[in-house]
Ligand binder design. Sequence first.
Ligand code: NAD
Length: 475
Amino acid sequence: MAFIQSETGTLAKLFENQKRKSLLLRQESIKDRKRRIKAFGKFILANRERIGKAVHADLRKPLVEIDLSEVYPVVAEIRNVLRNLNDWAQPELIDAPLTYLGTKSKIVFEPKGVCLIIAPWNFPFNLCFGPLISCLAAGNTAILKPSEATPHTAALINTLVKEFFEEDLVAVIEGGVRTTTELLKLPFHHIFFTGSTAVGKIVMKAASENLTSVTLELGGKSPTIIDSSANLTDAATRIAFGKFLNKGQTCIAPDYILIEETVKKEFIDLLITKINALFGEHGKIDEHTPNYSRIVNQKNFKRLDGLVKEALALNAKLEFGGATIEEQNYMHPVILSQVPLHARIMEEEIFGPVLPILTYNSEDEVINLINSKPKPLALYIFSHRKSFQNRIIRETTAGSACINDCVLQFTHPNLPFGGVNASGIGKSHGKYGFIAFSNEKPVVKQRSGFSSTYLLHPPYTARVKQLIDMMVKWF
Ligand code: NAD
């Protein structure tokens, strides 16, 4: 069977071995964890070329972009852990209220145990090893399930893990839906899933059978608002990069633009110039352009092509477009305007190089539209009006927000990353990733001999009653 790939035998046996190991890990010091993570960081850097080759074979990402968006976030996560783990893992001392006089309390961050990390294909290296760093920093073991849609990277992840880790500490199981379904039957102590909202629901359902905690990093339609006070050149440059990097296959890429009617034409002209300048060769993009990646597979190519064709059939206007070559999964950047709200492209996450541009005339219109849709993973505002920025932040919800830029929030080492409801549950990165893989265990230590709680024990004399009455009223 495809899923029985571990040297030790079946998945259940692998799980049991990791469970045993996870208990042994509890005897390790923070120094031991850091030593391992540091060595793994060096190992990743020593294997940059192999990583570049594998990801390029899957997505034709430019090598520099692989360094920037796959290798760098993982090594940055490692450096953040090495700098701060002592502090994060330190038990947090908690003040005692009067009613707990004589006690000492703390919160201890204990490892959850055996964790499952399921990764998507769009940043196939980063989104597998990034969460692994938080998982190891918190003292857990891990089974990784990379995406089958990027087979070269999945195979390399498997090889690298075998070369560096013992199987009872970190193991890789390759495979698709059937394999993942088998894995999800195991009573993991935490599941960290990155992928689509639809599969997130399947994962959460399966996790509920074992009451396994979950972090769900999902997708959604991230709105990008531009008002007439915005610096349009900045907005065009930053949106061109954030949207068309990785061919739009980025969970936090701007999904659609909401722009004030008066500046629409100027913005579209600037955006087209910037897209060509950033990703084209000699100022123009075509299928030979090396700076522009490919759509992951034919299934997604067809899905995107279908979304564009349906929108055009519903009278959307093509503002910018070019060749699409199905055999190469190549799609020229597409900008659409006058897209009706009932078009499928405005209903589902686009996740590709297609950008609908909608216009608005009032702030209320913007807020109502965003609030009528499932809560997005990210929200972007390009504006120099503070009151507008504040109103949008206050009256809408999103997993994260960024003002006058986009996608930047993902790599900030000190900010939590994650969605909200339909776009995700739980947070990751840095300290927040460490907490996601930890059980925050409260520990209360009582003094010996007489304790203040004795004053509340039965028999309930008049004095005890008086005390409890005081507590109810005042403490
Ligand atoms: P996906 O949900 O199709 O697949 C993700 C993982 O789940 C893969 O490893 C896959 O093998 C597994 N899987 C697929 N179907 C399954 C099933 N029925 N049962 C069990 N497991 C199953 O997602 P994808 O296409 O790989 O990635 C794209 C999605 O991921 C987009 O929606 C994007 O927004 C989201 N994403 C989110 C983040 C984030 O950090 N929030 C990051 C990257 C991608």
